[in-house]
Each structure stands twice: as C-alpha cells, then as structure tokens.
Design a binder for this molecule. Structure first.
Ligand code: IPM
Ligand code: MN
Length: 361
C-alpha cells in the first residue's frame, strides 16, 4: 500500500489539541515522504448541541472505510441524551460495537523521568498490558437496559463464548510476544473477574481456563477484581498481561494509569479484525481546553500503536520503524524534562509537540 487513509476525529474539549499534536508528530516521523493521508471529520457533544446529532452518518462511513481512526476525545458534562447518558460518548461506543472493535489494548508503563505516586517504584518496574474486552460485558447493555416508571432500572451483563474466547486468545498472544513481567520475566496472563459471586464471571473464567490449556508456555492465573485493585498498587511488577470484562477493564485501567503518572500517559488501541480506533484513555478535560496545557503524550503514544497495528496488518516495515522512532522520541523528551502540568512539569502542548518533532528530524 502506498498511502493509508487516516480518519481524524478531533472531538470536544482538549480533543482537537491532542489530535493536532499527534498528527504533527506522525508527519514529523516520516518527513517529506509521509504515507498517511489525514482527513478530519466532525463528531461529539458540541456537534450534538449545535445540530442534535453527535455522530453523523458521513463520519461513521468515513471511519468504517478508513485504514485507521485517530480520535482526540469527546464529551461535555451536561450535554446528555433524554435518558441522561452523555451524547459525546456515542462516537466511541458506536464504533466499538458496530465495527466490532473487541480488543482494547491499554499498555501501562512507567517512563524514566516520571515519578509514580507509589513509594519506591522505579521506571521499568511497571510494564504490563490491560486487555479490556470491548464489545460485550456490562457495556453491551448500553441503550438496551430498562427503566420502569422512575422506580427501577436494569442493565444486563452479557458474556458470549465467542466473545470471551477471542479476547482471552488475544491475551495469550500478547503475552507470548512480550518480554514477560518486569519483576521475574515470566510471561503471564491474569484473568480478572468476580467468579466467586456471579455466573457471568464464572463463565468467563471457565473459558479462560480452556484457552489457557493451549498455551502451556505461558503462566495462567486468576485474580478477583477487588483484590486486583489492591495488587496493582502493592505489586504492579508482577503483571504482564491482564485480561478482563469490559466494565472491570474500564475501572482498572484508570487505577493503573494513576500508578504511572496519570491519565495523560495512558494510551489505548481498540482493534477488531480489520479496523482500529486509536485514542488516549483519558476524557476531554473541558476545564483546561484551549489553554495550551493539555498533555499530548497519551494521544501520541496511541498514534504510535496505530502505526504498529497498520505495520503488522499490511506487512509494512516503514510504519513499524516510524512507530519505534516516535516511542524513542517520547522517552527522550520526557527524560529531558518536557513534562506537562498534569505530571508536575510546566511544558505546554506546543512545546512538547515541537520537542518531539525536533527529535524525529
Ligand atoms: C474509556 C472511556 C470510555 C468508556 C467512554 C468515553 C465511553 O472511559 O475509553 O475508558 O467508558 O469506555
Ligand atoms: Mn474509562
């Protein structure tokens, strides 16, 4: 392939700022010979406020047809549907369900130069992946739950054999491709559930055990969600790949992000068989929008994941090389002190983006 079509959806709040930074860095990584073609498309809560529509059909079609989708962030507090749910979230949630982006890969890595709020944890000692099931679980109830006369409401947690099997298999494949857990170098997959209390999670665990038997070279273990919230604080170095249900993955990934400096450094890749959505795990931070202080690293690292995913899918080494150059630039920039406010520094988005582009030259 000569060129890749990237659908860019800036969204709300700091979304346009971080998306712009990521596009600049992607361009910077290729210089004059950029194989990516970027095209912007509207979606989000502000659009909903103006037009009554948060995710136009034309944007959906562009995303479905693009080689990859790069998203800033979406959502404005108070801009809600009649049922009280946020309008800005339609973009991400509809893409997940309608394009079947079942694997949400969230790398948790402590960079040199960043201080973890955990005592005595050094760079390199936190380095694992949370693999969040992204197409079913409790989120499958979105828009399908019921609310009865203001007196009760229900949402149903759904686990299918096909859905659990494919995400667990992906977890073992990711572990096989990894260097193992930081503390002991053991390649390990941890299944996180609440199998002691609920059937849906016991089902998830039983399928995990079946699939684990196909990977005798990888250690398989179970963790209950409540205990895991503690262990990710007390022994983060033990983990390599964590696989879990949609809602648990959502919660655990914010907790994990806090241990590596915060949401500003938490990238994510949401992929299916042929399509992919790349965006930071953080929200639209409307309180700091337009001030030039948003942290672009999460989106930049997500853009690097996008290149790696495209490289693997299209067997294109150029993209893999650009991705590793971006990762090196991020490490170097952070170590050189290009650190945003949320991480305790004072560098603005423009300065960080410029610093990354200089390192890529
Ligand atoms: C995330 C976000 C999303 C989620 C929102 C934006 C729908 O919190 O990607 O973690 O709840 O999954
Ligand atoms: Mn979340």
């Amino acid at each position: 392939k000569d060129t890749y079509e990237i659908a860019v959806v800036p969204g709300d709040g700091i979304g346009p700022e971080v998306a712009d930074a990521a596009v600049r860095v992607l361009r910077g990584a290729f210089g004059n010979d950029c194989p990516l073609r970027f095209c912007d498309h509207p979606a989000g809560a502000e659009l909903y406020r103006q037009t009554g529509e948060s995710f136009p059909q034309a944007t959906f079609r562009a995303c479905a047809q693009a080689d990859a989708v790069l998203h800033g962030a979406a959502g404005i507090p108070g801009v809600v549907h009649p049922d009280g749910t946020e309008a800005g979230l339609d973009f991400t949630l509809r893409l997940r369900f309608e394009l079947d982006l079942y694997a949400n890969i969230r790398p948790i890595r402590l960079y040199p130069g960043i201080r973890s709020p955990l005592a005595d944890v050094k760079a390199g000692e936190i380095d694992y992946i949370i693999l969040r099931e992204n197409s079913e679980g409790l989120y499958a109830a979105r828009g399908a739950g019921a609310q009865l006369r203001g007196e009760m409401a229900v949402d149903t947690l759904v686990q299918t054999r096909k859905g659990v099997e494919r995400i667990v298999r992906k977890a073992f494949e990711l572990a096989r491709a990894s260097n193992g857990a930081p503390a002991d170098g053991v390649r390990r997959v941890t299944c996180v559930d609440k199998a002691n209390v609920l059937r849906s999670y016991a089902f998830f665990r039983s399928i995990f055990d079946e699939v684990a038997a196909d990977y005798p070279d990888i250690e398989a273990e179970h963790g209950l969600i409540d205990a895991m919230a503690m262990y990710l604080v007390t022994r983060p170095g033990h983990y390599n790949v964590i696989v879990t249900e949609n809602m648990f993955g959502d919660i655990l990934s914010d907790l994990a992000a806090a241990t590596i400096g915060g949401m500003g450094l938490a990238p994510s890749a949401e992929v299916g068989e042929r399509q992919g959505l790349f965006q930071a795990a953080h929200g639209s931070a409307p309180d700091i929008a337009g001030k030039g202080i948003a942290n672009p690293y999460g989106t930049v690292l997500s853009a690097a994941s996008m290149l790696e995913w495209l490289a693997a899918n299209h067997d294109d080494d150029r993209l893999a090389r650009a991705a590793s150059r971006i990762r090196e630039a991020v490490s170097a920039a952070i170590e050189a002190g290009l650190i945003s406010r949320d991480l305790g520094g004072d560098s603005g988005s423009a300065l960080i983006t410029q610093g990354l582009c200089e390192r890529l030259r």
